[in-house]
Design a protein around this ligand. Structure first.
Ligand code: MG
Length: 183
């Protein structure tokens, strides 16, 4: 499998919630034995909930996937092999992570500014279980082109309905000129 390149929209992908669901009551989840496919990570007991079928569904979307998760580069070590995905680009968080969620000054999620900066005007989708209306409004005001902030229910993870919505948005997303990457 070759990583997609070019000027398709980016898709910023969160892990905990969209790919590794949590929070159901009772916590009944299907688990997947991926022994031998990728190393286990001892301090992440929910990792077996990662459905490897997400890899094919994500690859089918007309976008360039980027990890946007507190896992950072460990997503390529522990998750990509399970999903059958190549090593993907990673958004590196410059500010110290506040995993409790939101910037007290603005109500923004701690990822929001970094994702808009990373996109640098390129259309993008952000898939996360912690997006709020504050993030959506801030992106609309500060990102010069199309963006879809798509909140996923962390109890279920990415569902067929989520994938259908993402695919529809990406189908209609405008192509971006490559000129700004040349020269
Ligand atoms: Mg999350």
């Amino acid at each position: 499998m070759t990583a997609p390149t070019g000027r398709r929209p980016l898709l910023f992908l969160d892990v905990d919630g969209p790919l590794i669901p949590f929070g159901r009551t009772p916590p009944e989840y299907t688990t997947y034995d991926m022994t031998g496919v990728a190393p286990d990570v001892a301090d992440h007991p929910f990792l077996p909930r990662l459905d490897p079928a997400h890899g094919g569904m994500l690859s089918a979307l007309a976008c360039d996937l980027v990890w946007a998760t507190a896992w950072q580069h460990e997503a390529n070590t522990y998750l990509a092999p399970r999903l059958g995905l190549p090593e993907l680009p990673v958004v590196e968080w410059l500010e110290e992570l506040d995993l409790d969620g939101h910037d007290e000054r603005t109500g923004l999620h701690w990822k929001t500014r970094a994702l808009v900066a990373y996109a640098a005007g390129r259309p993008f989708v952000w898939v996360d279980d912690e997006i709020t209306g504050t993030d959506t409004a801030w992106v609309a005001a500060h990102h010069g082109t199309h963006a879809l902030l798509h909140r996923v229910d962390s109890r279920e993870g990415l569902s067929p309905a989520d994938y259908a919505e993402l695919a529809a948005w990406l189908r209609d997303a405008p192509a971006t000129e490559a000129a700004d990457e040349c020269g």
